[in-house]
Design a protein around this ligand. Structure first.
Ligand SMILES: [Zn+2]
Length: 242
């Protein structure tokens, strides 16, 4: 990966991109790829429980805090191309108009790689809806017959799914384990920006170590310390086994 690689990450809520792919993002940015981040909602209703314990809390305040947190986290990862679409979450409505907006975005970015939610995520209907939404938009973006003024038809991107929060309960098995050791400190700093979900910082710290163990065991490379796991939407295609 280098400056000719375009990457698009689509996150349902404010912090999903950090818990599940913060290391991958930091790595791609470090290697000079063009990384674009779309955050569909602040997760104000579904993923900001701690903030709602404050008396007199308002939706505007919650959104403002989540915005500040996610911007700080993105800075830690080095990603600067960020769009926040501010849709309502829990339950997220993803209609034709919103689909068209994402097709526009995909055609503008022309991603080689899309990273988003995997197809199953127990207890989180928004994540599952976004997974299907992104997949559908990516397919539409490749069709010449989907005519959108000023856009160029995209090539099919490789799509990778985040590891869900409840892996086993969501039937998740890693298809890809990505070493993130060299950028783990950046991911840790990004996770620590999320005061509204403090309990997750330790959880995703453990997860990075656990996947690091799998990375060592599967590869025999003992330099791997922390890792992130992903599913693949399509099989690997190439001229050799890698
Ligand atoms: Zn989420």
């Amino acid at each position: 990966m280098d400056s000719t690689t375009n990457v698009l990450i689509v996150s349902a809520h404010a912090a999903d991109f950090v818990w599940r792919s913060g290391g991958a993002i930091a790595k791609y940015v470090k290697q000079g790829a063009n990384v674009h981040l779309v955050i569909l909602s602040y997760g104000a209703r579904g993923e900001s429980n701690d903030l709602w314990n404050i008396e007199g809390q308002t939706l505007e305040n919650v959104k403002a805090q989540r915005k500040a947190e996610l911007e700080a986290a993105a800075k830690c990862l080095g990603v600067t191309n960020i769009e926040i679409w501010d849709y309502q979450d829990y339950h997220m409505r993803l209609d034709e108009e919103r689909m068209e907006r994402l097709v526009y975005k995909i055609r503008a970015v022309q991603p080689h790689i899309i990273i988003t939610h995997g197809p199953r995520d127990a207890f989180n209907p928004d994540h599952e809806a976004v997974s299907k939404f992104v997949f559908d938009a990516s397919v539409l973006s490749t069709s010449n017959g989907v005519r959108l003024e000023g856009t160029k038809t995209a090539k099919q991107a490789k799509i990778f799914g985040f590891e869900p929060h409840q892996s086993e309960i969501s039937d998740f098995k890693p298809d890809v384990i990505l070493d993130i050791s060299e950028v783990y400190e950046q991911k840790k700093a990004a996770m620590e920006c999320f005061k509204a979900q403090k309990h997750l910082i330790q959880y995703y710290g453990y997860k990075a170590e656990l996947r690091g163990n799998h990375a060592r065991r599967c590869s025999g490379n003992n330099d791997y310390k922390q890792a992130e796991a992903f599913s693949r939407f399509f099989p690997y295609v190439g001229c050799e086994f890698v």
